[in-house]
Design a protein around this ligand. Structure first.
Ligand SMILES: C[S@@+](CC[C@H](N)C(=O)[O-])C[C@H]1O[C@@H](n2cnc3c(N)ncnc32)[C@H](O)[C@@H]1O
Length: 313
């Protein structure tokens, strides 16, 4: 990851110059953080290929982001502050009604990010915490844009969440340990129209991540794909797909109805003197009430019920 930093910084500077060139022709570009102004610390992750890919994805989507009119943008795992600073520069500040928040488990990173923001003249609230621990009450359902370049490198599990620079890349089994903790947090913090941009590598099994998010009602697309000598990166954009959400709810309701019918049909096999009252009860009552014990006791019937469920889904 580290070796190619300089090469990519140059590449990125070149891209920025191109963007400035575009401004001359009337297209307002997004400014991004300047590499030479990004603060550093030996224990903090320096902007690298993955950071550049994430910023490029945001830059490419800048028009949509501006139209999206986010009010609260958040970065999880801000490191040097390169990404959150770039986001603040490209979208604008509080004057435009935007508020930025960044977290990092590494306290050095929180300090370095604050310095990077300051030197670029932008502001974000920077908090040293594990993902968003302690911020749930304040942020649930309110984050419009979340950006994450997580520790994604497959490592032994014991290296995950360690102090200092190790926590920048140590991702545990398949590099998924931290990612799998971030996904449900993103689901709960993101607003109804919330967007998530996340860096992944092939060993993280990005298609499985997309499938997991699909189950939560998120659609996704690859915003940037980039291969280096060491890794093949994807920046994936997730957004709540309201149709998909409705579908997921409808599917859950259908499953409940089918389950209800199967249970009723199973229960109707029993003598009515014992179970006649059951059919008059709601499915919730079945699950919550004493009759679930009867179902569990009738193991044979329960097995049929499960088989029905599997085949009918
Ligand atoms: C790959 S680095 C990315 C840094 C920066 N966002 C960038 O793109 O250059 C991952 C960052 O996530 C932080 N991190 C790791 N585990 C975390 C956790 N559980 N909660 C918050 N931050 C975490 C690390 O300290 C590190 O700064």
């Amino acid at each position: 990851m580290e070796d190619s930093t300089k090469m990519d910084a140059t590449h990125h500077a070149f891209n920025s110059t191109q963007a400035v060139g575009k401004q001359v022709f009337g297209k307002i570009p997004g400014r991004i953080a300047e590499i030479h102004l990004v603060s550093s610390h030996p224990e903090v992750y320096e902007p690298c290929d993955d950071s550049f890919a994430l910023v490029d994805a945001l830059l490419a989507d800048r028009t949509n982001l501006l139209e999206h009119r986010p009010m609260l943008c958040m970065e999880v795992g801000c490191g040097s502050g390169y990404v959150i600073t770039s986001l603040a520069l490209m979208l604008g500040q509080e004057a435009n009604g935007l508020y930025y928040l960044a977290t990092d488990i590494n306290p050095h990173a929180a300090r370095v990010t604050t310095e990077t923001l300051e030197v670029h003249g932008v502001h974000a609230e920077v908090i040293s915490t594990d993902i968003a621990l302690g911020l749930e009450k304040r942020l649930t359902g309110l984050v419009d844009v979340m950006v994450v370049n997580p520790p994604y490198v497959p490592t032994p599990e014991c290296e995950v969440g360690g102090a200092g620079i190790t926590s920048a890349w140590a991702g545990g089994e398949n590099g998924r340990s931290v990612i799998d903790k971030i996904l449900p947090v993103a689901d709960s913090l993101l607003s109804e129209n919330g967007w998530l941009y996340m860096v992944t590598v092939v060993s993280n099994n990005p298609s499985q991540i997309c499938a997991q998010m699909w189950e939560k009602g998120f659609a996704s697309r690859i915003a940037v794909q980039r291969s280096t000598e060491e890794e093949s990166l994807h920046v994936i954009k997730f957004w709540r797909d309201l149709d998909r959400l409705a579908e997921a709810k409808a599917a859950a309701a259908t499953t409940r109805t089918i389950s209800s019918k199967i249970i009723e049909s199973v229960l109707s096999q029993f003598p009515s003197s014992h179970f006649g009252a059951v059919t008059a009860m709601t499915i919730d009552d079945h699950f919550k009430g004493v009759y679930i014990l009867i179902l569990n006791a009738c193991y044979g019937f329960f097995k049929i019920f499960l088989l029905h469920l599997i085949y009918l889904r």
